[in-house]
Design a protein. Structure first.
Lengths: 189, 189
DNA sequence: GTCTATATTTCGATAGAC
DNA sequence: GTCTATCGAAATATAGAC
């Protein structure tokens, strides 16, 4: 019994890995059940058997351990710590960002479910960041800090711009740091 | 003769307008020739007749008047002017950004041709910005300034984040300005 | 020149053999 | 439980009538 269950679990994992890679590389529409099955070396019908539908496979593949953000230990971290946290979360080194996140981001502009998921993740992050910075317009500042990180990640990980790929994570963080701090610290204008 | 040609040109324009809207809203994959034809009130076969293929229609729809960037008059504008130019180009007000640009951006992560086009446009802008700012790492700084604008545009126009939609273009520019200036002005570190 | 009809392909999904 | 075979739908693309 346990052997069977174990074997099935492994097969399922192999399918999910193949699905994450293809969804991350090609997006939802251009990824086919057949291609996933081929990459996982199983029968296409088996994929359907396990996940019900292509959408079900996608949902299972992009399902994420609920955001391991873990900021400080309750919010006493100051603004500069927040900036460092954002810079660290860039995950700019190849493969450091989980495939499931890339899969969701790849399709967020063209697949409704992925778009809703992306909006939820970003809104959550905006809310968290907004709680940590001062100012009456903290919400807007948090939104811009978040979309800045989004843009850099998209440019680097998905569009793979040479100008960003050439640079090290440390270089990018060094240039980005003053920009994020400028937004995080509201000052007289 | 001219009447015929003129009529055809108008029909072609109507098809292109419908295509731009659908490509911008749904992306390449989810946009069908049939839907474009219906929106333009023509026969689906006519679309094929005019543009050859779905890809041909897409290329014609996203083809852009070659970047009316027109910076200053040769490059004597200083760094702060460049920042103002970027902020102004945000085109954050609804519909201010041309539909053709939105159509390209919508599909840039999932359609190879759109991705290549987006990379070309961004590389071009990075190069232009890089020429206008000082410092040995101007290329990286320019890339980050450009991807920052990309992220804000994606968040606002494509993901339609509430936190950005609530704000006015002036508010966004006000918060973003110090961040862009911090990157554009290399300072001792 | 414009549209009707259809060919062709591709893929998601299903039913049944083993 | 896994795979073979196929269904059914949808879309691009083509050929020919009017």
């Amino acid at each position: 019994m346990t052997e069977r269950a174990e074997r099935r679990r492994r097969t399922e994992q192999r399918i999910l890995e193949a699905a994450r890679k293809l969804f991350a590389d090609l997006g939802f529409e251009r990824t086919t059940i057949r291609a996933v099955a081929k990459a996982a070396e199983v029968d296409p019908a088996l994929v359907m058997q396990y996940f019900g539908s292509k959408q079900g496979l996608f949902s299972a593949a992009v399902a994420i351990a609920p955001a391991p953000v873990a900021q400080g230990d309750g919010g006493e971290s100051d603004v500069d710590d927040l900036v460092e946290q954002l810079l660290g979360s860039l995950g700019l080194k190849m493969g450091e960002l989980p495939q499931s996140s890339l899969a969701m981001m790849r399709s967020m502009l063209t697949h409704p479910e992925a778009g809703a998921s992306a909006r939820a993740v970003l809104s959550r992050q905006i809310h968290q960041v907004g709680e940590s910075i001062p100012g009456g317009d903290a919400r807007l500042r948090a939104a811009l800090m978040t979309t800045i990180m989004l843009g850099v990640t998209v440019g680097h990980q998905l569009l793979e711009l040479d100008e960003l790929r050439e640079a090290s994570q440390a270089d990018i963080a060094r240039v980005l740091r003053p920009a994020l701090r400028a937004i995080a610290h509201p000052q007289a204008e």
